[in-house]
Design a protein around this ligand. Structure first.
Ligand code: EPU
Length: 400
């Protein structure tokens, strides 16, 4: 069967948490020419189910899931609005055992230095000045770390702090990936998307993307009509290292010493070292990075907690709120390195949920609930799950 027709695929090797997931309708997107056909494919998936039809084979087929006319099914499946679940590198996902919603795996490739015109003609997009920025269009299916390494070797600097983050370029703006004092939003000029409903290619400015801490327009949407096909980066030609983060202090000291100098390669090297020390390599110990967001609480609540727990790690925010280190909260509850069944919280970083022994969706959610319960009980703070959770029989959701 052609890869552009929906077909069955086990997503076990397509997600870094290594959750088994039987995707009933899986499609690879490797060519922009396929975009026009996506609405038709989706409509096929929404074909109404007639009352005399539901047999075992149709139950196993996505066409049983959605019903444009809202006619009742004979099965117990709720009537669903079908949409594409977009799969990039699968590094920030929690997958159910069975998935009826169609999955679109983005495999678009290519990296291009843009001239002043860029590849778009949307006047509303603010374009970075070519004399002070390198402007580069990177296709959504490129691997994030490979792109960071490629840029570094080309002399396009700025992304070093984001080295070794797993996943794809197209996924980076969705959760506005961030690490070691830098967020990707700082370097995004615009994002090219395909709108499935209007069948148009659009360029969204960074402002349109509505970036926030681990969030964006794409992640906030219950599900998105927009498929990210490329990200347009603006990297300043004058390199300014970001060395504020505690783990990068050794370089900050060298940077401040007039007799020494540091290069973007030094920052890249140190970030890779720190990540390798603290964070488990998903190829060896399956994980999806930080499993919870760092919670943001009112300043007064943080002060009261600090009075009770003097070692509490907190970061005052510009808007008067305070961000707490979820890893510290979880660690203090005793979850660091602790297992629950086949899953557990990582021994070097309690914020990372690991799946070393072939756990499933339910194992992950049971552990997540137990951790959230303990943090809520000890600190009165609610943790939000950071990865995107795909539900078996409803739309994408982000928290559990
Ligand atoms: N901490 C503990 N115990 C732990 C883990 C952390 O006490 O088990 C303390 C640390 O000592 C430190 C503080 O908590 O004082 C923060 O820890 P860390 O510096 O490791 O960073 P984080 O806040 O836990 C965030 C991001 C990471 C990113 C790092 C570095 C989130 C949800 N996570 O983690 O992002 O790599 O900062 O910038 O914002 C990811 O999103 O997948 C991810 C790995």
């Amino acid at each position: 069967m052609s890869s552009s027709n929906p077909h069955f695929c086990d997503l076990l090797t397509f997600n870094t948490l290594a959750l088994p997931c039987q995707a009933k309708n899986f499609v690879m997107l490797s060519d922009l020419g396929q975009l026009q056909g996506l609405s038709t494919l989706l409509k096929k998936c929404q074909k109404p189910v007639h009352d005399n039809e539901p047999t075992k084979s149709t139950q196993d087929n996505l066409t049983n899931q959605a019903n444009e006319t809202n006619q009742p099914h004979q099965t117990n499946q709720p009537s669903l609005q079908t949409h594409w679940n977009i799969l990039g590198g699968g590094s920030n996902l929690v997958l159910p055992k069975v998935l009826h919603q169609p999955v679109l795996h983005i495999q678009l490739k290519g990296i291009h230095l843009l001239d002043d015109q860029g590849l778009q003609n949307d006047q509303s997009v603010i374009k970075a000045d070519k004399s002070t920025f390198y402007r580069i269009r990177v296709a959504a299916g490129e691997n994030w770390h490979d792109w960071v390494t490629f840029a570094l070797n080309k002399g396009w600097y700025g992304l070093e702090n984001l080295a070794l983050i797993p996943g794809s370029v197209g996924a980076a703006p969705v959760q506005n990936i961030g690490a070691y004092g830098v967020e990707v939003a700082q370097f995004i000029e615009s994002v090219d998307v395909w709108n499935i409903e209007t069948e148009q290619l659009l360029t969204l400015s960074a402002q349109d993307c509505d970036f926030a801490y681990r969030n964006s327009r794409f992640k906030r949407a219950h599900y998105s009509n927009e498929i990210i096909v490329a990200v347009n980066f603006a990297l300043p030609k004058a390199w300014q290292p970001v060395l504020t983060y505690q783990d990068l202090k050794p370089l900050a000291q060298r940077y401040l010493n007039p007799s020494e100098s540091i290069t973007p390669h030094d920052v890249y090297q140190l970030v890779c070292e720190v990540r390798q020390r603290k964070l488990p390599n998903p190829a060896l110990i399956p994980n999806a990075g930080s499993f919870f967001q760092n919670p943001v609480v009112p300043h007064e609540q943080a002060q009261a907690l600090k009075a009770q727990h003097p070692n509490l790690v907190c970061y005052p925010q510009a808007d008067g709120t305070t961000k707490l280190a979820a890893g510290w909260l979880i660690d203090t509850c005793g979850w660091k390195g602790k297992r629950l069944g086949s899953v557990g919280m990582h021994a070097n970083q309690a914020l990372v949920l690991v799946n070393p022994d072939g756990g499933h969706y339910d194992d992950v959610m049971t552990l997540a609930d137990a951790v959230r319960h303990d943090v809520q009980t000890l600190f009165g703070v609610a943790l939000q799950i950071e990865p995107i959770c795909w539900m078996p029989d409803s739309s994408t959701h982000h928290t559990a």
